[in-house]
Design a binder for this molecule. Structure first.
Ligand code: SF4
Length: 332
C-alpha cells in the first residue's frame, strides 16, 4: 500500500504521489492508471513489477555532474502521469497493462545492481513519481550498500513526495519540456507552473538537479521560448545547473515532424550561454560535450557519446584554478 494518500470524502481518496492529486473512487485508478483505490487506501499496482531493467552509463540519464563514468542500474514500470505525444518510451508509459509474471523485491533489485557493478540505481524510462512507494523501498535498501539513487522525471512530484525524497534520492534529471502553459496543459497533460515550482523545490532541498529539454521542431524551438527556459534555469535555479538540450526524433504521435537540426541545437546552446548558464550540453547529437571550468575555462571532463574520455577533476575541483565544480564527484 502507498503511504501517499488522504481521505477526501466517504467515496474518494486523494492520491498524493503527484501534482494531479487524483480523487479516486473505490475500485478506480487515477490518471496514471497504476495507483488504485482499494478499500479506501491507495495501492501502487506496479510495486514489484518493473517493465524494463538495464545497466546504463550515468551519462545516458543524462547526468553529467554526478559520479561521471559510473554505471546506473536503471528500471521503469508501466504508466505515466503525462501523455506527451513525442514520448520515446510510449510503449511502456502509455499503457497500464502490468506484466506480473515475475516479482522483483526491492532486495532483489539492489542485488542485481550490485552484481552489475552499478554505483547508483536510476528510476527512469517512465515517470518514477507514480511508483515512488516501490522506488523508495529500493532506494532505502540501496543506501545500505552505498548506492546512490537517481530520478529521471517530468517534475510533477507532489510536494509531499519531494520532501520525502530528501536524504533518499540524491539526484534528479528533470524535464522542462516547454515554457508555454497551454502547451503543457493540452499536449502534455500537466501544469507548467507546478513543474517550475517542483524544480525550485528540488534545488532548495539540496537534491542535485540537471534539466533536460527535448527540442521538438515547431513546438518549443522559438528563440523566445528557449530564452524563457534558459532564463528560468539561470535566474531561479542557478547558472551552475546543467541544461541538456536534446534532439527529437520522430516517434509515437509526432511522426510527421522532422528531426531537430544541428542548427537549432546550436541556437539553443548559444541562447543558454547568452543568459549566463555555465553548462549547456547537446544530447543525441554526437557532440562531445566537454565540461569547462566556469572560472578559468580549463577543460575538466571530455566525453564521447555516453562515455567519458578524460576527467581532470581532482577531488571535484579544477586542477588549474581549484574551482569546486558543482555536482557530486568522486572525492578520490
Ligand atoms: S500518481 Fe498522480 S496520476 Fe497517478 S493516481 Fe496518483 S495523483 Fe493521480
Amino acid at each position: 500500500m502507498s503511504q501517499f494518500y488522504k481521505v477526501y470524502n466517504e467515496e474518494r481518496v486523494i492520491c498524493t504521489l503527484c501534482q494531479h492529486y487524483c480523487k479516486i473512487k473505490e475500485g478506480n485508478t487515477g490518471i496514471c492508471g497504476v495507483n488504485k483505490n482499494v478499500g479506501g487506501k491507495i495501492e501502487c499496482l506496479v510495486y514489484g513489477y518493473p517493465s524494463a531493467l538495464a545497466v546504463d552509463p550515468i551519462e545516458k540519464k543524462p547526468l553529467y555532474h554526478f559520479l561521471p563514468a559510473t554505471k546506473a542500474f536503471s528500471l521503469g514500470t508501466v504508466g505515466c502521469n503525462f501523455h506527451c505525444p513525442f514520448c520515446q518510451n510510449w510503449r511502456i508509459s502509455q499503457t497500464s497493462k502490468i506484466d506480473k509474471s515475475e516479482y522483483f523485491s526491492p532486495e532483489r533489485i539492489v542485488q542485481l545492481a550490485l552484481e552489475n557493478g552499478a554505483d547508483s540505481i536510476a528510476y527512469t524510462y517512465n515517470e518514477p513519481t507514480i511508483f515512488y512507494p516501490y522506488a523508495k523501498d529500493i532506494a532505502l535498501e540501496a543506501q545500505k550498500y552505498g548506492l546512490k539513487n537517481i530520478f529521471v522525471t517530468d517534475g510533477y512530484e507532489s510536494t509531499e513526495v519531494i520532501e520525502d525524497m530528501v536524504g533518499i534520492i540524491d539526484a534528479a534529471n528533470v524535464d522542462l519540456k516547454a515554457f508555454d502553459e497551454a502547451y503543457y496543459k493540452k499536449e502534455l497533460g500537466g501544469d507548467l507552473h507546478k513543474v517550475l515550482e517542483s524544480l525550485k523545490l528540488f534545488v532548495k532541498k539540496g537534491i542535485w538537479v540537471e534539466v533536460t529539454t527535448l527540442i521538438v521542431p515547431s513546438k518549443n524551438d522559438s528563440d523566445e521560448e528557449l530564452t524563457k527556459i534558459a532564463k528560468f534555469i539561470a535566474d531561479e535555479l542557478g547558472v551552475y545547473v546543467p541544461w541538456h538540450i536534446s534532439a527529437f526524433h520522430p516517434d509515437y504521435k509526432e511522426n510527421n515532424l522532422p528531426r531537430t537540426s544541428m542548427e537549432t541545437l546550436e541556437k539553443a546552446y548559444r541562447i543558454g550561454k547568452s543568459v549566463g548558464l555555465n553548462h549547456v550540453y547537446m544530447g543525441n547529437s554526437g557532440y562531445e560535450n566537454p565540461t569547462l571550468c566556469p572560472k578559468c575555462s580549463k577543460m575538466l571532463i571530455q566525453r564521447a557519446y555516453f562515455g567519458v574520455k578524460e576527467n581532470h577533476l581532482i577531488k571535484g575541483c579544477c586542477p588549474s584554478c581549484h574551482y569546486k565544480l558543482e555536482g557530486v564527484f568522486d572525492e578520490q
